[in-house]
Design a protein around this ligand. Structure first.
Ligand SMILES: *[C@@H]1O[C@H](CO)[C@@H](O)[C@H](O)[C@H]1NC(C)=O
Ligand SMILES: *[C@@H]1O[C@H](CO)[C@@H](O)[C@H](O)[C@H]1NC(C)=O
Ligand SMILES: *[C@@H]1O[C@H](CO)[C@@H](O)[C@H](O)[C@H]1NC(C)=O
Ligand SMILES: *[C@@H]1O[C@H](CO)[C@@H](O)[C@H](O)[C@H]1NC(C)=O
Ligand SMILES: *[C@@H]1O[C@H](CO)[C@@H](O)[C@H](O)[C@H]1NC(C)=O
Ligand SMILES: *[C@@H]1O[C@H](CO)[C@@H](O)[C@H](O)[C@H]1NC(C)=O
Ligand SMILES: *[C@@H]1O[C@H](CO)[C@@H](O)[C@H](O)[C@H]1NC(C)=O
Ligand SMILES: *[C@@H]1O[C@H](CO)[C@@H](O)[C@H](O)[C@H]1NC(C)=O
Ligand SMILES: *[C@@H]1O[C@H](CO)[C@@H](O)[C@H](O)[C@H]1NC(C)=O
Ligand SMILES: [Cu+2]
Length: 565
């Protein structure tokens, strides 16, 4: 059959029409809005004036467009945390990695492509520390005709854990950059934007969840805190973890959970206790010796409906592990297992083509002569992976430079192994180890390579947990351990049967974590600690995953409205 040009254009038009109709648009307006917490009112950066921001509801495998308008006075970018964005890094969001910022007055229509993810994810700003208030939840529903791998809950409840400074977060960030010291600790944690009644001036605004006895509730949890891993528990109630990072896990009944910044968890709460009021509460887990932290407790209230006088019952606080209880933190996370049933099969790479070994360190760097820095000897704090403190490009982004063959923006020499082997988890490490190099280096992965990445903590300056987040991929957490990784012995204990499939994993203090993934998503993908001060110091690197041979194994072209530097 011969197709005329007009017919062809008609088909093209129809296709465009169908595509346009199929994609739902959402509008995100980034702007300042006044907010009152802890007795003071300040302007915070919000999306659509909300804190936390609007929840995106999507169906597994859907593609949506989010039209992001920047009506604020700051540069902004938005990242869809845990969404793989197959072949399309252009809307991933990390500033100066995959895009230049959306400037005040600007707009960027971001195509968000869902694929294998199902469950709870979130979105957040990826520009300086604006994610402190610019964040919200993503709920990925099962495809029609499929259901949750657990009984349908009576109700679904978002629980977003956050962190609050009385001062403007921009001031906190600028001071942190200027002095080279550690950042001022926060004044409160929040549950759904509210600190709760353990803090002054907040009692009448505490988040309240009203429940019916005998019903089961699905709590969709996100840790959106800026600097802290958190413990969370509900007084007198156990919860059952059924998902994490947009993937299902084998049901795990626990007294409390540990959740890293960046991580999400789906937990079932059965309202099975005597009618009354109960606190849910969250506080910090922090194991770094000598590092100050916010030790306050945020609360919300679970209130049973029924025949009793709520005001006559004072809610009781749940018991949470001690702030430095390493085993409490590790035990919880290391018990997660992929569901791995008929409907949710897993595919752990067994034949590894690329072995990588990355160290994470907190470091110091000398300040220039004309500035005064907080640390003795005019030094400032820094951090690194494989001894490279990652420096963001300033007048371009890595993705655009890679796609357009622009040289001078990044190097391709991020090493597969650290430049120096030493007793990574030893005590009192010598001073000559503390200074990293500073560079913008990527590690290039062949398309379809099967990668094992061992993340090794070091005790340079101060060992602590680092929640490491990989953009563009989920990974299997196949092993972890204390001490230095032993490449002969430790792999023998890997879980290759039902390891959890995550996008963020907290490496233990004094230890290591091994992850595996298939590099099947061509593009430029950021890897970083999700504690904001650590990534600001340079605890980050970037992978480039090369194109495959076939068209469908290659990056898609950029959208026409990419923000320019
Ligand atoms: C940080 O804390 C110090 C000491 O309490 C205080 O003087 C300073 O004003 C704080 N800065 C900000 C931005 O909150
Ligand atoms: C809480 O109290 C403050 C100050 O009294 C008041 O402005 C605010 O409207 C109250 N909020 C609620 C939810 O009652
Ligand atoms: C929290 O830290 C403050 C200041 O360091 C201290 O005075 C207080 O006792 C601590 N509170 C708890 C509950 O640990
Ligand atoms: C493992 O991968 C390598 C490289 O792709 C290939 O040559 C080899 O046959 C594979 N081995 C197995 C057991 O699949
Ligand atoms: C700092 O001062 C020292 C001694 O005056 C000089 O040798 C060095 O080059 C200066 N460094 C910088 C970065 O200006
Ligand atoms: C970049 O270089 C590659 C390989 O040399 C080439 O295929 C591609 O067309 C170049 N891209 C641009 C935008 O010049
Ligand atoms: C890191 O790199 C710096 C600068 O090249 C070097 O002086 C230092 O010894 C290295 N440290 C480690 C632990 O590799
Ligand atoms: C990717 O590698 C696997 C082996 O790990 C192989 O079975 C598969 O055919 C490869 N796919 C492509 C598209 O190259
Ligand atoms: C905003 O982004 C532009 C483009 O990269 C940059 O030139 C400018 O310095 C940025 N502004 C701020 C306040 O960071
Ligand atoms: Cu870290």
């Amino acid at each position: 059959m011969k197709i005329t040009v007009l017919q062809y254009l008609g088909i093209l038009f129809l296709n465009v029409l169908i595509t346009c109709q199929a994609l739902r648009h959402h509008k995100f307006v980034v702007r300042d809005a006044p907010y009152t917490k802890l007795c003071s009112t300040k302007n915070i950066l919000t999306v659509n004036g909300q804190f936390p921001g609007p929840t995106l509801y999507v169906t597994k495998g859907e593609t949506i467009i989010v039209d992001v308008y920047n009506r604020a006075n700051y540069n902004i970018t938005i990242h869809w945390h845990g969404v793989n964005q197959p072949r399309y890094p252009w809307s991933d969001g990390p500033e100066y990695i995959t895009q230049c910022p959306i400037r005040p007055g600007g707009k960027f229509s971001q195509k968000v492509i869902f694929s294998e993810e199902e469950g709870t994810l979130w979105w957040h700003a990826h520009s300086d520390w604006s994610r402190a208030t610019v964040h919200g939840m993503i709920v990925v529903k099962p495809t029609p005709g499929t259901t949750y791998p657990f009984p349908k809950p009576h109700k679904e409840v978002p629980i977003i854990l956050g962190e609050w400074w009385k001062k403007d977060i921009v001031e906190v960030y600028n001071e942190f950059r200027r002095t080279g010291g550690d950042a001022n600790i926060s004044d409160a944690y929040t549950i759904n934007g509210q600190p709760g009644d353990q803090y002054p001036c907040s009692s009448n605004e505490t988040f309240k969840l009203r429940v019916d006895y005998g019903k089961t509730y699905l709590l969709r949890m996100v840790n959106a805190a800026v600097q802290d891993i958190l413990f969370f528990a509900i007084s007198k109630h156990q919860v059952t973890i059924v998902g994490s990072d947009g993937n299902y896990v084998k049901p795990l009944k626990v007294d409390y959970i540990t959740i890293s910044p960046g991580q999400t968890m789906d937990v079932l709460l059965e309202a099975n206790q005597p009618l009354g009021q109960y606190y849910m509460a969250s506080k910090v887990y922090s194991s770094a010796t000598g590092v100050e932290f916010d030790n306050t407790t945020t609360t919300a209230i679970i209130q049973y409906r029924g025949n009793y006088i709520p005001s006559s019952t004072t809610p009781s606080l749940p018991s949470l592990p001690a702030s430095d209880d390493i085993m409490a933190s590790i035990n919880l996370i290391s018990q997660l297992r992929s569901l791995n049933d008929n409907q949710h099969q897993i595919d752990v790479p067994l034949n590894i083509t690329t072995n990588l070994f990355f160290t994470t360190s907190v470091n110091t760097l000398p300040c220039s002569n004309d500035s005064t820095c907080a640390l003795p000897g005019n030094n400032r704090l820094s951090a690194s992976m494989n001894n490279i403190s990652f420096q963001l490009p300033s007048n371009n982004n890595i993705l655009q430079a890679y796609y357009n063959n622009i040289s001078g923006v990044f190097g391709e020499n991020f090493p597969n192994v650290p430049p120096l082997l030493f007793d990574f988890t030893g005590n009192n490490l010598p001073a000559y180890l503390t200074t990293p190099s500073v560079a913008t280096e990527v590690n290039v992965l062949e398309y379809n390579s099967t990668v094992e990445l061992v993340l090794q903590s070091t005790n340079i300056l101060a060992g602590t947990e680092h929640p490491i987040h990989l953009h563009g991929h989920n990974f299997y957490v196949v092993g972890w351990g204390f001490g230095n990784f032993d490449k002969d012995k430790d792999p023998l204990n890997y879980n290759l049967v039902d390891p959890p499939y995550q996008n963020t994993v907290a490496m233990p203090k004094n230890g290591w974590t091994a992850i595996r993934f298939r590099a099947q998503n061509p593009g430029v993908w950021f890897v970083h600690c999700h504690l904001e001060r650590h990534v600001s110091w340079g605890m980050a690197m970037t992978f480039i995953v090369k194109n495959g041979d076939k068209t469908e194994e290659q990056m898609l072209p950029p959208p026409p409205d990419m923000p320019q530097c």
